[in-house]
Design a protein around this ligand. Sequence first.
Ligand SMILES: Cc1cn([C@H]2C[C@H](O)[C@@H](COP(=O)(O)OP(=O)(O)O[C@H]3O[C@H](CO)[C@@H](O)[C@H](O)[C@H]3O)O2)c(=O)[nH]c1=O
Length: 325
Amino acid sequence: MERKPVKNRNVLVVGGAGFIGSHLTDKLLTEGANQIIIMDNLFIGTKENVEQALNNGAILHIDDAENQEALSYIIEKHDIDIVFNCATKPLNYSFINPSNTFLTNVVVLKNLLELQLKGQFQSLCHFSSSEAYGSSKYEPMDEGHPLDPQTPYAAGKAAADLMLRSYVKMFDLDAFIVRPFNNYGPRQNYEGPMAGVIPLTIKKVLEGDVPEIHGDGEQTRDYIYVEDTVDIALKTFPIISPGESVNISTGQQLSIKYVVDTIVHVMNYNGNITRKPQRTADVQSHRASTEKLQTLIGQYDKTPFKKGITDTVSWVKTEKERKET
Ligand SMILES: Cc1cn([C@H]2C[C@H](O)[C@@H](COP(=O)(O)OP(=O)(O)O[C@H]3O[C@H](CO)[C@@H](O)[C@H](O)[C@H]3O)O2)c(=O)[nH]c1=O
């Protein structure tokens, strides 16, 4: 399968002002996409995330992709060729509003598939999540690993994946799935109950608060730096077949205890670390197989974890200072 790359094409990034979406938008600019359109409801995304992209010619529509009419209007207006779907609600929002989290993950993709079926655009790259696998049944987890979601967030991701595959089989659409494992890096939300362990720990240390480890800290994740994720997604874009999925990860398993220890070490923090009960329905262990990714794009030098953490700490610091002045 050969798909024309993004250069000179009109691209829509749904959820393009969010964490992964905004980095993807930046990367699309450097890859020479023609028009770059961002659609975001700013639920968790921010205008600041795309400030630079907007200065470089990207266009932002603040609107909700759960509204099919609004989505259709944007796609038609800008004569979109390719859609990247990065829209989602945070996993931790599952605790506050489970049905809404589930539905966002399903409805946005459903709308996109319906519009693609009507011929409104050519190609669809859907950003799913490793969470759709649930805890590992075996490791390394390849793309054939069962989908066994443990949260409504993950159930929405899994349902969306199945819907995409069925539309490809039945209607021969040009749509595929990239499956990032845990992303971290600049622009990841560090505020409040929806923040992930890396940005929240950094924020706590900066504010003189005590970082927390949930459970025994032995649960593992496969962390990848966000700029690597979007670079890899665009490298796979021209070659991955419709209906296929590919893991985006390092294949390196880190315990949460190791993650928190690395952050406090980088930040020279010698204070306490509190233990909290393990989060309900938490994934216990994740380690991805990167075999398929390597077959597609070859060897890829990923950002070393400590370097990625150092850059993330710098970003949170600068961002907090900017907000406080
Ligand atoms: C916020 C926080 C979390 N934890 C624990 C809970 C989990 O066992 C582990 C990782 O939690 P989180 O950082 O929330 O990440 P996780 O549950 O893996 O989910 C993330 O990664 C998923 C996979 O990329 C994404 O689909 C989700 O949107 C994203 O939220 O760290 C702590 O030990 N301390 C903390 O302060």
